[in-house]
Write a protein that binds this ligand. Structure first.
Ligand code: ADP
Length: 485
């Protein structure tokens, strides 16, 4: 697959600075590997401070002209980019599976989802309206203008190599901002392919720049530059806190999408089929490697045994393997560190009384494949309930009352997504309102879409992505007072 993508010109292995494909100053590279096989797919430049500063300069120069285009013009180019992403859905999907490991069908699904942010942004670009405020004085007129914040530094993770980029870059460009993207070093190839398509779509050189390599050095260059007016980040809470603190030096705007600890609450009155389907979908998507994956499955005592049985049977039937394999629904974990984290969380849980119903060990396929796992008798105090598992492990916790479930669900520093399953309308409203989360799925496990706001409360982040609200993150408000009329 890599050879085919390479010969079709789809595999770029250089950074993009000012519209030019570039190497690191010192020629150093880093390997990008296929997590399913360990094979090296490509070597990409290991960039740092200097290359990032070049990218910032390019973005800063390009900002001057990009912001002056009409919204309609920017919209057309974004729409073209969307069309090109969709026209190359298969190749992009293959690239995602190759460097990230998720099953091809899921990867192609990510392309549609990711491209959706570009399409939506193309449409919203035309709707950045200002305001006219009735003046308190007769000889004045008061206006509110919305203007792009400027150069944006976008730092993204490996779990959605395309979508985490498009949901930042789409609205940024629509508003008139330019960007320096730093994709994860584990999955830079999808980002580079998408950037190539942006050039083909007529998005001018310098508007989209991509650098990768030494993450902390690149981060430092972005943070210290007064030209970068905004940092948008998706990744771990620890790195998000560093970026937030680092943004203080030049008082940048920040948007952060950080770790979650999603509770998935199944009440006695849930429709069992709906609850099973939804819980499986939210838990095992991307082999459990998303920040909105159910991290704790809270099941009420009356339905607990029935749910645990049916859930385990369904999990047992999931096919694990290379994402290119037929019928595979669970790919490998991203790397060895991810497997070790899962192992240590399970070990801690077992030592404190949890029981393995299914799986609980590395898969016989080797590499970073892990058996889809269900563990019962989990308690909220165990590490597995406190930390983000980011793997194919479903911890089941038992509760008695609605109040107890709400308390358990909110007993965490995270607040990204939560799910609940019930057929009682009153309860669904009551619980949805009581949950301290930015996103709540009621009788539904997959809720992300470009048209709705995605984001967390508490330590899961600040700001929202997608929807009309996501546009505000890239806009400044300017008040203009016209006096002495
Ligand atoms: P994950 O656990 O999802 O890998 P990370 O927060 O480690 O989460 O990584 C998310 C993104 O943040 C990646 O692109 C990574 O390279 C980048 N990153 C990690 N450390 C830093 C840092 N000190 N400064 C800037 N970016 C960083």
């Amino acid at each position: 697959v890599a050879a085919r993508l390479s010969s079709s010109g789809f595999l770029h292995a250089q950074g993009l600075v000012g519209g030019k494909w570039t190497d690191a100053y010192d020629g150093k590279t880093i390997e990008v590997r296929n997590p399913a096989t360990g094979e090296v797919i490509a070597n990409v430049p290991c960039m740092g401070r200097n290359e990032t500063n070049d990218a910032i300069t390019s973005a800063y120069d390009a900002f001057n002209s990009w912001k002056k285009l009409t919204a309609a013009d920017r919209s057309k180019r974004l729409r073209k980019w969307y069309d090109l992403l969709m026209a190359h859905k298969e190749e992009l999907g293959q690239l995602i599976t190759l460097e990230q490991g998720k099953p091809l069908k899921e990867a192609i699904g990510e392309v549609g989802y990711g491209a959706g942010f570009i399409e939506f942004s193309a449409e919203e670009a035309k709707r950045v309206y200002g305001d006219i405020i009735p003046s308190p004085l007769p000889d004045r007129r008061l206006f509110v203008l919305k203007q792009p914040v400027g150069v944006v530094g976008a730092i993204t993770p490996w779990n959605f190599p395309l979508a985490m980029i498009t949901r930042k870059v789409g609205p940024a460009l629509a508003c008139g901002c330019t960007v320096v993207i730093k994709p994860s070093e584990l999955t830079p190839l999808t980002a580079l392919a998408a950037a190539e398509l942006s050039l083909q779509a007529g998005i001018p050189p310098g508007v989209v720049n991509v650098v990768m390599g030494n993450a902390s050095e690149i981060g430092e260059a972005l943070l210290s530059s007064p030209k970068v007016r905004k940092i948008t980040f998706t990744g771990s809470t620890a790195v998000g806190k560093k970026l937030m603190a680092g943004s203080a030096g030049t008082v940048k705007k920040v948007s952060l999408e950080l770790g979650g600890n999603a509770p998935c609450i199944v009440f006695d009155d849930a429709d069992l089929e709906v609850a099973l389907k939804g819980t499986l979908a939210t838990k095992f998507r991307n082999s459990g490697q998303t920040c909105v994956c159910a991290n704790r499955i809270l099941v009420q005592e009356g339905i607990y045994d029935k749910f645990a049985d049916a859930f385990s049977t369904a999990v047992q039937n999931m096919k694990v393997g290379n994402g290119f394999g037929e019928d595979v629904v669970q790919g490998p974990l991203i790397n060895e560190a991810a497997v070790q984290k899962v192992e240590s969380l399970i070990k801690d849980a077992i030592s404190k009384g949890a029981k393995v119903i299914l799986g609980g060990k590395r898969h016989s396929l080797g590499m970073t494949f892990y058996e889809p796992t269900v563990i019962s008798d989990v308690k909220n105090e165990m590490l597995i309930s406190r930390e983000e598992v980011f793997g194919p492990v479903a911890p089941l916790l038992k509760f008695k009352t609605e109040e107890e479930a709400i308390h358990m669900a909110n007993d965490t520093n995270a607040g990204l997504a939560a799910y609940l399953f019930t057929t009682n309308v009153q309860r669904s409203w009551r619980v949805a309102e009581a949950l301290e989360y930015g996103i709540v799925g009621v009788n539904e496990g997959i809720v992300s879409t470009e048209v709705a706001p995605f984001g967390g409360v508490k330590q899961s982040g600040v700001g929202r992505e997608g929807s009309k609200y996501g546009m505000d993150e890239y806009l400044e408000i300017k008040y203009v007072c016209l006096g002495n009329l």
